[in-house]
Design a binder for this molecule. Structure first.
Ligand SMILES: NC(=O)c1ccc[n+]([C@@H]2O[C@H](COP(=O)([O-])OP(=O)(O)OC[C@H]3O[C@@H](n4cnc5c(N)ncnc54)[C@H](O)[C@@H]3O)[C@@H](O)[C@H]2O)c1
Length: 377
């Protein structure tokens, strides 16, 4: 019989929906020994939270996350609120002996994230950060192939995350949907929001970054504050272009912006090695492009691989070969790995400690963007 695991969800926005979907569906597809129960959701607006709870099947609603953290019947706190709240909630949850799952970035800065790492480690509670793109099967396959040496020595790691939704100066900062533009709530702009995903995947696949230099820009200097209605200086980076050196000797280039007209969630990555290259595009997330230099003569070329077979990562748990899965499944896979980690005692990655490294790189990008200097990590 599988064990119940009672989930306390903080927030009812975009990520709370993605995570609730994952918690609700995981036990139907993955045999981890656990059965997540959507126990309670905490959010400030009781009415909206109730609507969310009804829709997803949460048993009750709290209007203060502290109630959730204190509740005897909650096993795991899932943090799906803006970045400035992650630390306080995670530390309180760990002190109360709860497992803690936090959305990314772990915190606004590494110095804010460090006490979170200390708290979960001192309490000895299971912890994880939702860098979900690792669990897109095509990306997991790339990780596996690079680790197996299919590309040989790595020369280049190249990633971009492009959007276009903040080009208008009329988009406000702060408030409900636009907290990402307020540096106090978000910590940084595209660096912590978008590039953090690219960096997490890169550190996971290609190892540590040893130094970097960055160019950042804030194209719109002032925006209306959604709460006060007053114009306020914009403190976030709207765009970042980064050059890195990895500890394995390879070179990295990373770019992120919310000013690339036509792009909505343009996350792409490409890795070039001695024996071949691999690339992936979020907009075609079930495919990997593979160039194998080992193929002889005229047949050599880029291969378009549809990652849907039973022997591809996670796919054996879903449908039959040829049938694709989507964005939401990356979260289900992450939950499955988290629950598996509880059963085996081998924590699912990235833990808070591992995700802190991404925060350190983000801090270095912001610092280098200001100074123009190379930063050693
Ligand atoms: N993994 C990913 O791909 C991904 C994607 C989007 C967002 N995120 C991260 O998820 C987190 C949430 O982002 P989102 O897009 O879901 O935001 P959102 O704006 O859609 O939702 C935020 C939620 O937080 C609630 N909230 C704000 N202050 C609160 C408080 N004091 N107490 C309780 N609830 C409060 C809001 O009411 C809302 O329900 C952020 O850390 C963000 O960086 C990750």
């Amino acid at each position: 019989m599988s064990k119940p695991l009672n989930i306390g969800m903080v927030g009812y926005g975009f990520m709370a929906r993605a995570h609730s979907h994952a918690w609700a569906s995981v036990a139907h597809f993955f045999d981890t020994g656990y059965r997540p129960v959507l126990k309670a959701v905490a959010a400030r607006g009781a009415e909206k939270a109730k609507g969310f709870a009804d829709m997803w099947g949460y048993e009750r609603v709290e209007t203060d996350w502290r109630k959730l953290v204190e509740a005897k019947d909650i096993d795991a706190i899932d943090i799906c609120v803006p970045n400035d709240l992650h630390a306080e909630i995670a530390i309180a949850a760990a002190k109360a002996g709860k497992m803690v799952l936090s959305e990314k970035p772990l915190a606004r800065t590494a110095s804010e994230g460090q006490p979170m790492v200390d708290a979960v480690e001192k309490a000895g509670v299971a912890n994880m950060v939702w860098y979900n793109y690792r669990r897109v099967p095509a990306v997991s396959l790339i990780k596996q192939w690079v680790a197996e040496g299919k590309l040989g020595r790595i020369f280049h790691y190249r990633a971009k995350f492009l959007q276009d939704w903040t080009i208008s100066p009329d988009v406000p900062q702060g408030g409900q949907a636009t907290w990402r533009l307020d540096v106090d709530a978000a910590g940084s702009g595209v660096t912590g929001d978008l590039l953090a995903h690219c960096l997490d995947t890169a550190l996971w696949i290609n190892g540590d970054i040893s130094s970097l230099t960055a160019m950042t820009e804030t194209f719109v200097k002032e925006r209306k504050d959604a709460t006060s209605g007053q114009m306020k200086k914009v403190g976030i980076d709207d765009a970042a272009a980064v050059m890195t050196r990895f500890a394995n000797g390879s070179l990295g280039t990373f770019e992120s912006t919310r000013y690339a007209r036509g792009h909505k969630a343009g996350y792409t990555l490409e890795i070039n090695g001695e024996k071949g290259s691999l690339s992936w595009d979020l907009h075609d997330l079930n495919r990997v492009q593979y160039f194998n230099h080992g193929v002889e003569g005229a047949a050599r070329g880029w291969t378009d691989i549809l990652v849907t077979d039973g022997d591809h990562p996670y796919l054996g748990k879903w449908w039959v070969p040829g049938l694709t899965i989507g964005y939401e499944h990356s979260f289900t896979h992450q939950v499955a790995d988290f629950l598996d980690g509880l059963r085996t005692g081998k924590p699912a990655s990235p833990t808070f400690r591992e995700a802190l490294e991404t925060n350190r790189v983000c801090d270095a990008i912001i610092a280098s963007g200001k100074s123009g200097d190379w930063v050693n990590l």
